[in-house]
Design a protein around this ligand. Sequence first.
Ligand SMILES: [Mg+2]
Length: 319
Amino acid sequence: MLEEYCPDLQVLSIPLRNKFRGITIREVAIFRGRASWSEFSPFLEYDDVEASTWMEAALEAANTPWPDLYQDRVPVNATLPIVEVEQVAGILERFPGTTTVKIKVDDFESGARVVEEVLNINPELKIRLDVNGGWDSDLAISNLLEYHLRFGSVFDYVEQPCRTLAELKLIKAEIPIRIAADESIRKNLGSDFSNFSDYADLAILKWQPLGGFKKAHEIAAEIGLPVVVSSALETGIGISHGLALAASFNAEPLACGLGTVALFEEDICDPAVLPQDGYIEVKRREPAISERYLATPDRATYWKQRIVRVLELIERRSA
Ligand SMILES: [Mg+2]
């Protein structure tokens, strides 16, 4: 089954430079289909049902041509994990030419210190905050009003300040910063996305979590808001498909969250899929894997078993 669906499968384990969403090692599986190399990399805590959506994206990208592309390069934002102020400059240097910075925010004060540091480095930068649903509506309203008061109109948007749509709707009327929905979309696939402008101003689209190109376009059409394509911390292989997704909309792309290979110790593609002058080129990528990023036999077995279960789930569903 593995050879049939995922030829040339390799399981890789790549260290991150900074802890990101609680992990320091990114494990991924890559394989080669009829059209392209592809990547299957749901995070370890995701169950097989959620992972099967990621596999549908991976199989589609491996075996079918990319959609029509309207751009040959895509602007990206810099991405700052939750870090100490002293680390900010060093991380921003890995995103040359970017004019927008997305900052992961936990509590108000440490987030404010990072915003301050970013603006000290370059006052022209546009700021996006990503709260990953961490605040309730009261806290979101007071924190975001305070950010606005302190820093003015530097904010491009705040991503998923609260977890639920009901909370997003509540705060949307109260805060002077645009709201982007991320988890509200990718964790609620199959739900009704009409009237989405009641909750958000922008939609974050991710190639793997949404199930691939076709699904992402269907969701974007249903939501009807401007989109920002972002990564799921993929290697250059997965990022190449995210870039294609961003380039497949017939509109000038907003800065995408697709520069995240910069958070890896190293990419598995050569040249690495990293921004130059704030942009990344949209083109097919191939892995050039250093031996030291091969996963241990134990971890490779874990991933192969996971992949078989997920493929069986997809087969049962389509039977
Ligand atoms: Mg997000």
